[in-house]
Design a protein around this ligand. Structure first.
Ligand code: NAD
Length: 328
């Protein structure tokens, strides 16, 4: 459902008054058919030159076939910081209506380094790579993010009791870097306990930093706490650029029906607007979106409503137009 939710988002961004000259590129299975590669150079070059992109979800075959384009893109552009805010929205039925935390996930290594091989038939190895360089920079990013966004605490999530070398290195660096930020509280949680604590008492968390796989899993868990994947946005940030995308995947069970919730990618698009200095337009679009939620009349099916993707976007655009004509 990538094109359905992405076009809804583009409509809202344009209605907010941002005149974007969009360059469109296809990635994944469709690009494979057209160009013979899932990640065409043109797309990478476009993002390198523009330094910013809005990306729909892309399918990755399970257990066979091509490797993940999403992981490939993050690695190709060294988009090392995956920032995923988790915030409940007004009027959306969920477990934790007050929840407001941020996951900062290392995006370039860990078990997603893609180094797998068959040792002998029936025995495979999948290597988890943790480096001092990548761990230090993601931890630093998390603390700087906390400081810049007036957050009080950063929690490192790990399994250093079992993976003493790899997660142990990550944890040691976390506490070393934390000393540069004495005004921000630093603590840590073992991943399994962290899952339980997130479900039982998520309000104790603020910013969470972790390696790749834990970040992937906790992102979906946290999306569940605020009403589902349709509401969880994200950004992949690096020195060479930034790619904004929802936490969720391509939702093949509902693709093509025009019923997906575009909120997650829309909120990713609003993060993009703020990233490029269009904070006013982002605030206007966000207010219109929050008004639509507060009114509760237009909700997509994942939230118990009947509104389709395009109509949900239209409701936000109408609010935007109404606000603008009032202030004109
Ligand atoms: P998924 O996130 O696509 O879907 C999980 C469930 O959540 C489904 O029931 C789906 O219908 C629902 N859902 C997700 N987004 C929704 C939305 N916006 N509105 C309403 N419902 C929504 O996860 P999956 O089914 O495990 O993965 C499907 C494909 O997506 C796989 O090929 C996977 O590799 C890929 N994927 C891509 C990304 C990405 O592009 N960054 C991320 C995760 C998964």
């Amino acid at each position: 459902m990538g094109p359905e939710i992405t076009s809804a988002t583009v409509r809202v961004i344009e209605a907010a008054g941002v005149d974007v000259n969009w360059e469109t590129h296809i990635l994944g299975a469709q690009a494979q058919e057209k160009y013979g590669t899932t990640l065409p150079d043109e797309a990478i070059t476009s993002i390198r030159e523009n330094r910013v992109a809005l990306k729909g979800p892309i399918m990755t075959p399970v257990g066979k076939g091509f490797t993940s384009v999403n992981v490939g893109l993050r690695k190709a552009l060294d988009l090392y910081a995956n920032v995923r805010p988790v915030r409940a929205l007004p009027n959306v039925p969920c477990r934790y209506p007050e929840l407001d935390l941020v996951i900062v996930r290392e995006n370039t290594e860990g078990l997603y380094s893609g180094i797998e091989h068959v040792v002998v038939p029936g025995v495979v190895e999948s290597l988890k790579v943790i480096t001092e360089k990548a761990s230090r920079r993601i931890v630093k990013y998390a603390f700087e993010f906390a400081r810049d966004n007036r957050r009080r605490k950063v929690t490192a999530v790990h399994k250093a009791n079992i993976m003493k070398l790899s997660d142990g290195l990550f944890l040691d660096l976390f506490y070393e870097v934390s000393k540069e930020f004495p005004d921000i509280e630093a603590d840590d949680k073992i991943i399994d306990n962290c899952c339980m604590q997130l479900v039982m008492r998520p309000e104790q968390f603020d910013v969470l930093v972790m390696e790749n796989l834990y970040g992937d899993i906790l992102s979906d868990l946290c999306a569940g706490l605020i009403g589902g994947l349709g509401l969880a946005p994200g950004a992949n940030i690096g020195e060479q650029g930034a790619v904004f995308e929802a936490v969720h995947g391509s939702a093949p069970d509902i693709a093509g029906q025009g019923i997906a919730n575009p909120t997650a990618i829309l909120m990713s698009g609003l993060m993009m607007l703020r990233h490029i200095g269009e904070a006013d337009a982002a605030a206007r679009a966000e207010k219109a979106m929050l008004d639509v939620f507060a009114e509760g009349k237009y909700l997509t099916r994942d939230l118990g409503g009947t509104t389709n993707t395009a109509d949900f976007a239209s409701a936000i655009i109408e609010r935007l137009a109404a606000t603008e004509s009032r202030s004109a």
